[in-house]
Design a protein around this ligand. Structure first.
Ligand SMILES: [Zn+2]
Length: 407
């Protein structure tokens, strides 16, 4: 009955309001929570009891003071009983993590591809590895809340479809459906499953889990072979009409500039991305990896032709940062992706250009940081994607095809 459904949804909304309150502010009592979120004390007590039983919350020991009697018991987010499973279906390999509710990594696995040209085989490999991690978590008495997967291309999250991953050559892949089929009759069957673009999930890692979580608007700019951004505005991931929001790698920085993989000329990706710095290299994974390693080493040892090219790319990055700044007025822009290994040779020119724009415009530029999650930013972000959705049941409810709802 519709009424029942609404009541369940309302209950779940109220429960997750309490969870999010406690995520943002630890050590609140039931009375504090009731006052903060505007629910009655009896409702809060009831919901807190459920959340403690299910592993979301834990309670501190009762504090008994002489004349005052029992003080209210502080509640905490429980890091010990629940788990979020996240994966990066990467360009070179698969990375899988499990985190607790606070984003602390419990499990970390890297799985090399066997045949990157066969996307179905890659998804099967991913599913098998995730099931192995799930079984391990279960032996540790953890309950898994859901599964997130970050993918390197345009993703229609509600349909669970990867439209196009240019650096892998994968097109129109019904990733969620294939993964769900592999999860049948395993501990991961029927769990909520979310797929999303890699920069989007990496933005959520920063937004949900990092020490400065809650910066809003927040932009995560991922720079590797591809260039893309994840944008969080007013507590929501900006996905756009077709799921392509944040594809800032294809904004034009140079009219009639170098040809981009998308067909346009002068895209940010064509002048900033690693493909531009590497020039012509073989398409095979070992060849690309070797070329990238050589590039990083030569930049580090100061080979002039390399550092000059990296500086030009860095200055172009500064232009892109300026454009993102004026388009979104973000509180923070976090940089990540393999290009971070170029270090200051790449980032210093970018920051200098941004400072020049800031000076002449007489406006303070947003804070620019590099991610603290390194190569695991996408996998950890995929785990953050699960928490992001589960703790916002109203938006999750509006995505009926994303999986079985978890009540
Ligand atoms: Zn392009």
């Amino acid at each position: 009955m519709l009424v029942t459904g609404d009541q369940q949804l309302l209950r779940q909304i109220n429960r997750m309001v309490l969870v999010r309150k406690l995520l943002s502010e630890s050590e609140l009592s039931r009375a504090d929570l009731a006052e903060a979120v505007g629910l009655t004390k009896s409702t809060v007590s009831l919901l807190v009891r459920e959340l403690v039983e299910e592993g979301w919350f834990s309670e501190s020991e009762l504090v008994v003071t002489g004349s005052l009697g029992r003080r209210p018991t502080p509640l905490h987010i429980d890091g010990a009983r629940l788990a979020l499973l996240g994966a990066d279906l990467g360009i070179d390999e698969i990375r899988i993590v499990a985190t607790n509710l606070l984003g602390e990594v419990l499990e970390h696995h890297v799985v090399p591809y066997e045949n990157v040209n066969n996307v179905s085989a890659c998804l099967k490999l991913l599913a098998k590895a995730m099931v192995r991690v799930a079984r391990k978590l279960i032996t540790q008495q953890r309950t898994i809340l859901g599964i997130g997967v970050g993918m390197h291309g345009g993703v229609d999250e509600s349909a669970g479809v990867l439209h196009f991953a240019p650096n892998l050559g994968w097109k129109n892949v019904n990733a969620a459906e294939q993964l769900r089929n592999h999860f049948l009759a395993t501990p991961l069957a029927d769990l909520p499953l979310f797929v999303q673009n890699e920069a989007d999930v990496a933005a959520l890692a920063e937004f949900e889990f990092s020490a400065q979580s809650g910066a809003d608007p927040l932009i995560y700019l991922s720079i590797g072979y591809g260039v893309g951004a994840g944008v969080v505005v007013r507590d929501s991931l900006l996905t756009g009409y077709r799921g392509f929001a944040g594809e800032v790698g294809h904004t034009i920085l140079q009219a009639n500039g170098p040809l981009c993989s998308c067909g346009r000329r002068g895209c940010a990706e064509a002048v900033i991305g690693l493909g531009n710095l590497l020039g012509k290299v073989g398409k095979s994974m070992p060849e690309r990896r070797q070329a990238l390693q050589t590039l990083f080493e030569q930049v580090q040892s100061g080979v002039a032709s390399r550092t000059a090219a990296v500086e030009v790319a860095g200055r172009n990055l500064g232009v892109l940062l300026n454009n993102l700044w004026v388009a979104f007025d973000p509180m923070r822009i976090v940089l990540g992706g393999p290009a971070m290994q170029l270090g200051d040779a790449f980032l210093s020119p970018a920051l200098a250009v941004l400072k020049e724009y800031s000076t002449v415009a007489q406006l303070p530029a947003p804070l620019i940081q590099t991610t603290g999650y390194g190569e695991d930013a996408v996998a950890i972000g995929a785990a953050a994607l699960v928490r992001y959705h589960l703790t916002r049941p109203l938006t999750y409810q509006n995505q009926p095809s994303t999986g079985t709802r978890h009540d």
